[in-house]
Design a protein around this ligand. Sequence first.
Ligand SMILES: Cc1ncc(COP(=O)(O)O)c(C=O)c1O
Length: 390
Amino acid sequence: MPLLPDVRHLFDLPEDVAYLNCAFMGPLPTVAVEAGWSGLARKLRPWTISPDDFTVPVDQLRGRFAALLGVPDDADGVAITPSVSYGVATAASNLTLQPGQVAVVLHQQFPSDVYGWQALAERHGGALHVVAPPADGDWTSALLADLDALGDRVGLVSAPPCHWIDGAAVDLVPVGAAARAVGAALCVDVCQSLGALPFDMAAVQPDVVIGATYKWLLGPYSVGFLWVAPHLRGGVPIEHGWTGRANSHCLACLADYTEEYQPGARRYDVGEVANFALVPAALASASLVASWDAHAVAAHAATITDRIAAGATELGLQVAPAHLRSPHLMGIRLGAGVDTEALAPALADRGVHVSVRGDAVRVSAHAFNSLDDAERLLAALAEVLRGPGS
Ligand SMILES: Cc1ncc(COP(=O)(O)O)c(C=O)c1O
């Protein structure tokens, strides 16, 4: 420490707040709030809005997401969406399963993935296969074992780089290879990782990558992205707006209907994609995050997470071993007798913000956190768990 320059002053984070909760919602940097306000204010004077305003900032945002995904030359592969569920729905309407095939998900995977892939499986006479939680916490081995057992019954694998509930790590490189070996599509939800964990597109070789900006990319709510591999760029969008069509740069020609689309994944963009308030805010946030070295952010987060893990263990609580957890996101299992519902508010009363998911306190560390935040969490946890009067 410090592995990164101090970036806390770029946010509105008071001294007495330890915000360890990007897994719930990342804070907007002040530069993004300013960009969002100015963007919203463009409509005070709509006559200043030009045709380029519908495309240029959106393409810049596409480019920023491509860079964050490790494919800076592939902005064409990125569509702008409002949510992960929108990305899943778009991908699902362009993928097929054979009757009897399964879409594989993890136990307690995020619902925006599960519902969409379940609908796809049912549409094609298939089913969902849920990988059971591994007793030893090793999701990669559990997922690989199921893929091996199911063989070519697998039509699709939906997996994140880490579990959203407790940050348990999933190594997507062997998972990608196993999916390819049986001809299954690999769809990756990076909502709980991109921005704090580097993503290696070339090593994973996914078919689809889906994310949202409001957590680790520190962006506004309701902006996300869908990257699709080249073989999925000629599909059918779930809505048929004008911006995805080939003639959309010419506002006067829009009634010259065309079958042609804009290049790449642009056809999958959400309607009214050029949201004048949200796009500039998302662009400012994504540009800030992209300006940090992703490996340094992960190492910075790991230092904080490791300190919390050691302190939690001293308090008699359980955490996954370092090799099975993510650097930025970790569940602390509370054990019997702890009122989990009451814990997060009790910590918040002490200025420490985390989430409780299931029986775990979910702690998440990003570039703006410090070891002071870790110490504040540990002190607050010790005090709350000791209970009143002790
Ligand atoms: C893994 C994961 N995916 C997606 C989302 C958000 O999904 P959506 O954008 O559909 O609301 C979350 C929110 O917590 C999440 O943890």
